[in-house]
Design a protein around this ligand. Structure first.
Ligand code: HBI
Ligand code: FE
Length: 294
């Protein structure tokens, strides 16, 4: 999966027939109802991604995965995940049919509940699908929720989301989530590593984001990122790099209101744009997206 569309598609998630969502859009995971074919799809995805990620995903991701009841043989049971997560960082995983409306999503996160799609992609969509499924949400997001800094940052995003809606700057906040929790890179002793779930759950992007000469890799800056559009339909043209996960904790202590104001008053940036003040790990040559347009 390359990405999941964000605000553009919210509210479209139709509950699976015969399984009405509750007011908070949660449903029963229905773990007993997964077919052998669905568990097999999970296994295919799990095995190829687990082979790829050592040396690419950050240490915290690998450790989180180790400490959780997530394995190749079956789609994880959200109750078992929640038992472990709750003890570590106070988070739970709840099942939803797919994308949920923004305010519903924020309300869950603000209460340390991570809404995870209960369905799994079909065998012909292994590399790309639009809605977040159980592989993206559980394999990509849940290991990172074992980390205390990510745990607090995502909760703060939920709280901030409710506020950003009132202030009319939800797009600016959503870009911060996108370029951190979904597509973030961080600096490790031995080079850049993946911590974003959109990358960690993507076979193709977990190689592209680190190895391709095409994208920019830019030192993360909150206001800069708030101004930057992102792609939901293809690899990112720019990735933003944080120092370490604790940098995210600093953001939970910052008042976003003045940053929103400055971001709203400044020129919006296209995904591939660079600014003179950017600190670059790599200036991308743009070759990938240029070839796609041609
Ligand atoms: N719903 N299930 C789910 N997962 C998301 O990542 C998600 C969502 N609804 C809204 C949403 N993301 C975004 O629009 C917000 O982060 C802005
Ligand atoms: Fe996600």
């Amino acid at each position: 999966m390359l990405a999941e569309p964000v605000a553009a598609k919210h509210g479209l998630a139709a509950g699976e027939a015969g399984r009405p969502a509750n007011a908070d859009w949660t449903i029963d995971q229905g773990w007993d109802h997964y077919s052998a074919a669905e568990h097999a799809t999970w296994k295919t995805l799990f095995e190829r991604q687990t082979k790829l990620l050592p040396g690419r995903a950050c240490d915290e991701f690998v450790q989180g995965m180790k400490d959780l009841p997530i394995g190749a043989d079956q789609i994880p049971d959200f109750r078992a995940l929640s038992d472990v997560l709750m003890k570590r960082t106070g988070w739970q995983v709840v099942a939803v049919p797919g994308l949920v409306p923004d305010d519903v999503f924020f309300e869950h996160l603000a209460n340390r509940r991570f809404p995870a799609g209960h369905f799994i992609r079909k065998p012909h969509e292994l590399d790309y699908l639009e809605e977040p499924d159980v592989f993206h949400d559980v394999f990509g997001h849940v290991p990172m929720l074992m980390n205390p800094a990510i745990a607090d940052f995502i909760q703060a995003y939920g709280q901030g989301g409710l506020r950003a809606q009132q202030l009319g700057c939800l797009p600016q906040l959503a870009r911060v989530y996108w370029y951190t929790i979904e597509f973030g890179l961080l600096q490790q002793r031995d080079g850049l590593r993946i911590y974003g779930a959109g990358i960690a759950s993507s076979f193709t992007e977990s190689v592209f984001c680190l190895d391709s000469p095409s994208p920019n890799r830019v030192r993360f800056d909150l206001e800069r990122v708030m101004r930057t559009h992102y792609r939901i339909d293809d690899f990112q043209e720019s990735y933003f790099v944080i120092r370490d996960l604790d940098e995210l904790l600093d953001f939970t202590r910052v008042d976003f209101a003045p940053l929103y104001q400055r971001a709203l008053n400044a020129r919006e940036l296209q995904p591939g744009d660079l600014l003179p003040d950017d600190v670059l790990f790599q200036r991308g040559d743009g070759s990938y997206h240029r070839a796609r347009k041609a």
